[in-house]
Design a protein around this ligand. Sequence first.
Ligand code: NDP
Length: 293
Amino acid sequence: MSATIIDGKAFSAKIRGRVAEEVAALKRDHGLVPGLAVVLVGADPASEVYVRSKGRKTVEAGMESFEHRLPAETTEADLLALVEKLNTDPAVHGILVQLPLPKHMNADAVINAIDPAKDVDGFHISNVGLLGTGQKAMVPCTPLGCLMMLRDHLGDMSGKEAVVIGRSNIVGKPMAHLLLGESCTVSIAHSRTKDIEEVVRRADIVIAAVGRPGMVKGAWIKPGATVIDVGINRIDAGDGKTRLVGDVDFDEAREVAGAITPVPGGVGPMTIACLLANTVTAACRANGLPEPE
Ligand code: NDP
């Protein structure tokens, strides 16, 4: 039997609708307009697309969008000065510095200069520490989107075997912490994992965040497992065009899994929806207002 397709596009639209309602209520009841500042250094084409899309969705949700585009040769000191300005700007509740940064910059230093309360990407060392110790944190948007889809689809995940493939700071590690928070038994696989197929085969929940097109084969999947494919890989479609595929061989896996996210239309749209939700949360916290659920 073919797997249920988890529709991230529809689910993310629902979340963005909820965020828009929350924003409208904040405006009406408190005169508060949540603001998100996005900083892009250089002209990486993929980053350009993300930043444009983030700005558009921020405005659609009724929030204020501040875009700062800096040339690739900007110095780290100038970028830090901008971050400091945004930290103290009361109209800015969330700050996102689009990664990757140019090579001459120390990305860790820049991210750690963001006020943790405005760190809507959840990459600041304070938020990483809060998440790692099970405290209230700003949670990175992509893993948060995965968690929301899992909760929506599975409900209680307590005691389930979960495997996260990939150990990046952006996806793999925070995802593993979130699954631990759900009381899953969590394994993290990476490029040095021996017999990765065997590790994946025991999982009720598989999160693939690798960056290798179609790496996870249908035969690796435990029948009935829930598969969340974070990978976004552009491959040659053979007709002079390209197309996006995930890290999971979708056609194979859908014949075995209980549920699976497609690429595109799965995790991708959830990331921006969670960014908007994090910005509203930051705005509420900054103003001593109750946070949305
Ligand atoms: P990274 O390159 O930072 O990390 C990739 C991870 O995969 C590493 O931990 C690496 O292991 C592991 N890996 C690489 N090759 C293998 C292998 N053969 N077997 C097992 N593990 C392997 O990537 P990200 O975490 O940033 O992103 C992962 C994917 O998710 C990418 O396709 C990216 O485009 C996508 N992505 C999607 C987002 C969305 O919004 N949907 C947001 C962010 C990312 P090791 O540590 O040992 O090198």
